[in-house]
Design a binder for this molecule. Structure first.
Ligand code: AMP
Length: 300
């Protein structure tokens, strides 16, 4: 079954302690869509400006992503720049230019309205809600968010999560959103605010799934070297939803397996800048790492 992905599509300028790259393909929806495309057909919804390079669009097409919902407008493409410290868990945003993304209200193509599996990748909750308003009767809606929206759009975010099946956020965001210092308590509280399921990501320490059925926790895939962590969370969400769509279901047992697939695809993404590693990722690479991960994590 197809997955609809909406969010930012942009150009990233990224600096680590050893490398610096400009105008890389970035944006929450770009990473999520490419990750999801390893599991299911993807319908992308977003906006780019006149300066969006053709080679980036080619990457989406190479992954057979349906671009009917991609608007190309006069103006500048969303641009984000960030810098990582030696400890890559620490990142500073150096600049953000929303460009054509600023006043964008998505209008879904008719052919997308009946999509069942939806990923509202990181973006303003008002924009995420505008997409939900147009869909006929989605089966499984996942929303990703970030600290910015918890701070500047708290009420719209609280409204949005009443309408989603799964909310994904990282540990510091879960703590900031709930005002609780313990991630387990935070995950449980978030479920009472609307979503049937919550996933809290803990960076290199893995992720926890919260449901009525209980908890499920997995480690991250252990890597010796990370080149660029940008988009790991988006890839995790894309892989997770893509896997559910490939199975046509999203119950607790399916979600447990989906967490594994999200973790694996995110682990490949951080091995290179932008989506370059995913661009040359093969089914065989994924299968081999899945087998390795099952052994390491002691999964059946
Ligand atoms: P992550 O590393 O998972 O937090 O995702 C990083 C991606 O999010 C980058 O490619 C950015 O272009 C994108 N991004 C950064 N800030 C925002 C924002 N305010 N809204 C939407 N996307 C953003």
């Amino acid at each position: 079954m197809p997955v609809l992905v909406v969010g930012s599509i942009g150009l990233d300028d990224i600096k680590t302690t050893t490398e610096q790259h400009k105008s890389l393909l970035g944006g929450s929806a770009s990473y999520a869509a490419i990750a999801a495309s390893f599991f299911a057909p993807v319908r992308l919804v977003g906006i780019v400006g006149h300066d969006f390079p053709a080679e980036h669009k080619q990457l989406f097409l190479k992954r057979k992503i349906d671009l009917t919902g991609l608007t190309e407008a006069a103006g500048e493409t969303f641009r984000w720049s960030g810098e990582y410290e030696a400890d890559m868990n620490n990142r500073q945003t150096l600049g953000l230019n929303l460009g054509v993304f600023e006043n964008y209200t998505p209008k879904l193509p008719e052919s997308f309205l009946d999509t069942d599996f939806i990923l509202l990748a990181n973006g303003a909750p008002q924009l995420q809600a505008a997409v939900l308003d147009q869909l006929k009767s989605p089966k499984f809606v996942v929303a990703d968010t970030m600290d910015l929206w918890i701070t500047i759009a708290n009420e719209p975010l609280r409204e949005l999560i009443k309408r989603v099946n799964l909310l994904i956020l990282n540990d510091s965001e879960a703590k900031a959103f709930t005002g609780l210092n313990n991630v387990i308590k935070a995950g449980q509280l978030l479920r009472t605010w609307g979503p049937q399921y919550v996933v809290i990501k803990k960076g290199e320490h893995g992720a926890i799934l919260f449901g009525q059925e209980g908890l499920f926790a997995i480690p991250a895939f252990p890597l010796e070297e990370v080149f660029d962590p940008t988009g790991a969370g988006d890839c995790f969400a894309g892989g997770l939803v893509g896997y559910c769509a490939s199975k046509g279901q999203a119950d607790f047992e399916t979600l447990k397996k989906a967490l594994v697939q999200g973790t694996l695809i995110a682990s490949f993404n951080v091995e290179s800048f932008s989506t370059r590693r995913l661009d040359r990722l093969t089914e065989n690479d994924l299968m081999q790492r899945a087998e390795n991960f099952r052994k390491i994590a002691g999964l059946a």
